[in-house]
Design a protein. Sequence first.
Length: 341
Amino acid sequence: METRTKNITKTDIAVIGAGPVGLFMVFEAGFLGYKCAVIDSLPHIGGQLSALYPEKPIYDIPGYPSVLAGDIVEKLAEQGEPFDPQYILGNPVSELTEQKDGSFIVGTATDEIHCKVVIIAAGMGVFTPRRPPLENLADYENTSVFYSVQKKAQFEGKSIVIAGGGDSAVDWAVELANSAKHIHVIHRRNSFRAAEETVRQMRELEAACKVTVHAPAQLSELHGKDGQLEQVVIADLEGNKTELEADNLLCFFGMSPALGPINDWNIDLAGKKIAVEASTMQTTRPGILAIGDITDYPGKLDLILTGFAEGAIAAKTAQGIIDPDKKFKLVYTTSKGVPAA
Ligand SMILES: Cc1cc2nc3c(=O)[nH]c(=O)nc-3n(C[C@H](O)[C@H](O)[C@H](O)COP(=O)(O)OP(=O)(O)OC[C@H]3O[C@@H](n4cnc5c(N)ncnc54)[C@H](O)[C@@H]3O)c2cc1C
């Protein structure tokens, strides 16, 4: 029987999740002198920011009145670079084993990360987009059918069908309307679960004939050839069908995130999140901390800036675990500086 050997990495801290919060953890841990390996199931860093809205501006990152999500990811990676993190991407963490000495082995299909502390920054968990139940969907996925917008320019001059009724669907309808040939928005209800202001903007674009809203309606068939979509057929509640010219279909039915293996790690959960003690970011299992969207505690806000602060607290807790005899001293970056990248 063939036995595959795994790549072995030895590090101080294994950070599960390379979203913005996991990326900033590299800095906070590094500043205290600890190395991180950051593992993500996605093939790229950035978590939700890269997977869901890389080209959308964020307005509540302190010090940046407006910054594109993709640019924040780049800057976070740059900020962590002096601390020489190891990124292990493209496979979910599936195993976590505690050693006799209290250290851990975190495992993916290809890698084993030996570490003293585990920090779970897994956001919504391993997320995969919800797919519409269309017969030949797979023929068009990643060529004409997408579940996120990675490059806006790709959709310039295109006829686009956007399916969904939440923030992502409405945001992208508004965002792409001026550069696309035409946008059809398909939603199975008449009302949208999106920010009022953005829905208003979408309705304005509808009045200007840049967007057509079909609601209530749902996707029925896809037609095209060699992965290139040509038509999307939609159906109303009575089953009446309408053919729409379409180069692309963007489906925003949300993600179905799954805690997956985290469920089996003997950590107390709060619903689909991990219960932590907010003053330490410690989970109910010693040596395993959690930060970012995955956490729950009284007053928790699922915001990037909250996650950054949690990273600073987690670094302090990690120091207490790795170097229990060392007294934590808050040092300003302005006093100590950081190593050159
Ligand atoms: C459309 C949209 C707009 C938003 N706008 C804002 C905004 O303006 N301001 C703001 O503050 N927040 C905003 N948010 C929320 C923000 O994106 C989240 O708060 C942030 O991404 C949380 O970061 P995180 O690092 O905790 O988790 P995530 O970004 O979710 O990253 C978690 C990572 O962990 C990985 N992962 C999970 N489980 C595993 C596993 N078992 N093994 C390996 N990897 C794993 C996932 O693949 C993912 O990459 C927005 C969210 C959306 C969807």
